[in-house]
Ligand binder design. Sequence first.
Ligand SMILES: [Mn+2]
Length: 238
Amino acid sequence: MQDETLFIADLHLDSSHPEISKLFLGFLDTDARKSDALYILGDLFEVWLGDDDNNPEHRKVIKAIKQLTSQGTSVYIQHGNRDFLIGSRFESLTGCQLLPDPYVIELYGNRILLMHGDLLCTDDIDYQQFRQQVRDPDWIRKTLQLPLKKREQIAKNLRKQSQQHTQTKPEDIMDVNPDTVKQYMQDNNTPMLIHGHTHRPAIHELDNKTRRIVLGDWVTQGSVLRWNRDGYRLQSIR
Ligand SMILES: [Mn+2]
């Protein structure tokens, strides 16, 4: 076991991209197995219909995470905008722990703010309205009571709507708003923020002491942030 913590986000696992699922399962069995903790900052799945989701590819992933947590690596997960229906049954099946968004951790003497990242995109007003609607506990409760087939249809429609939306939007509207970033970091008293969602991997030096680290997606390759006593680095995985 290495004294190391890993951060990933935006895997968007989906049966139509078996090579990415394979890459992720390999990562769990090697790098993740050697680490103390793995943080998944949202959008592990392209779509999650509820913890009764019976997609065989998803079941494989659950089994692999369970194996990882059983042998001693702690796994923490935040909701993304695709898989916000992950619930407590998923936690018990995988042995991982669901974290709120935003969430603060202490790591090697650093206070770090963890977010999926969609809350930071406040210039996208339509999206923030949509987010409010689907994160409403009543909406979630009612939706989870519907049969799987019906939820599948709802997810498809929502995805179609969001695709039409994003196609017509200027790029910068879908990036984070700098003032919102500042506000979250101030409110939580953290000089460091790690998030995903925008698929724009980078380490931004906001000033001498503050950093915003953006994790990359797993669309064509993997992306991981490794953090140990010597510091951190953002790497791609092939
Ligand atoms: Mn996202």
